[in-house]
Design a protein around this ligand. Sequence first.
Ligand code: HEM
Ligand code: NAG
Ligand code: NAG
Ligand code: NAG
Length: 380
Amino acid sequence: MIATQFVLLTTLLFTFYSASLAFPNIADLVKRQEVEEANSRTGGIPGAVNAPPPPGPPRFKGTKLVHDRAHPWKPLKRGDERGPCPGMNTLASHGYISRDGVASPSEMITAVQEGFNMENKLAIFVTYMAHLMNGNLVTDKLSIGGKTKKTGPNPPAPAHAGGFNVHGTFEGDAGMTRADAFFGDNHSFNQTLFDKFVDFSNRYGDGFYNLTVAGELRFQRLQDSIATNPEFSFKNVRFPTAYAESVFPINFFVDGRKKEKKLDMDSARSFFKDMRFPPDFFRSAMPIGSEGINEVFAMHPFLPGGNVDGKVNNFVVDPTAGDLTKPCVLYDDILNTVKGLYPNPTGLLRRNLIKNLHHFYSGFAAILGEECVEKFPYGQ
Ligand code: HEM
Ligand SMILES: *[C@@H]1O[C@H](CO)[C@@H](O)[C@H](O)[C@H]1NC(C)=O
Ligand SMILES: *[C@@H]1O[C@H](CO)[C@@H](O)[C@H](O)[C@H]1NC(C)=O
Ligand SMILES: CC(=O)N[C@H]1CO[C@H](CO)[C@@H](O)[C@@H]1O
């Protein structure tokens, strides 16, 4: 019985296969031709792609159930990457991006829009910033955690394709629930720090994380780092990202059906620690980004800088560094980091750098730097 079925199956398969070889349809031919053309354009490097343009905004922009049947939470498997971003970790654990934590910038932008209703230009800005510094620009893949073979062959050094965990690029000091790199683990959920998040929410928010708590905790985390981390640094990219991340829990982790912008501690634990949407979670009621960032900053204004001479309590302001008020300094700093990583790119790498820098600029200019003139370090 089994044998007969097997023969039948192989005969069928063979007939089908040879028929398709003998009479390839037009669609197949066109597809094969496209793949061949793409290969010649990408120089035949395994996994190499021509970087596509970023996705636009989604058509439906309201709230909806995102913890749905199509996106169940699943526990980690061996080799899955997770890192310092509770938003991206959660999207991976629900399958909005590949559950292994490796994805293209386009996939990440689509996921943050779909799962959290992040505003399109902000999603483009931060995703390309991360990709330019921590991604693989030949394969168009980026890890949300550490370095992994899944992003493809190593780019030429000093580029590293090391993922979100690489300290001093995007990941930085004085995070809310992640310790400073100086203390060892810069990306895992830290219970001691989360206890502080809860304590501050009790003290300043009646048990909820709101803008008042965000302002107090942001300032306290800066004071902690000044007092304990001899290598503390807080300027340029780290400056706006830290302030933005302080308001993200309010803008993205509060259920979109709720009127009050305050986050309860069970939901906070669910996102930060378990990388899991609360049961029946609805995303934000409208596309949203860093709303509230200026209020948080204004509660305790702070200047960019760091501890110098390897000493704690030795904070020195760096007047040349970027903060919330000098977007073009920030833009130059990011370009300099990219030029440092890619001093002499050629071929596909160079073409993808040019495209990715332009996509990055389009998001950056819309959010922060309308007055900053676009620069083309690798030509146009
Ligand atoms: C759009 C692409 C995104 C990228 C590339 C990204 C990347 C990152 C990175 C590299 C960090 C670590 C920075 C650090 O604190 O040292 C981070 C932190 C953070 N991200 Fe994201 N993120 C993205 C979107 C989101 C979204 C949509 C949310 C919320 C739903 C989110 C919430 C947060 C929060 C709250 C932190 C701070 C964690 C803490 O301080 O404990 N991110 N993100
Ligand atoms: C958690 O953070 C605290 C405060 O920054 C730090 O002292 C401690 O070493 C961290 N714990 C782990 C396990 O990394
Ligand atoms: C945060 O919550 C506390 C306690 O309920 C309240 O006093 C404060 O006004 C709230 N802050 C904001 C910005 O709503
Ligand atoms: C610069 C630095 O300390 N980076 C660390 C971030 O955390 C990972 C995992 O603990 C370390 O391997 C990196 O060295």
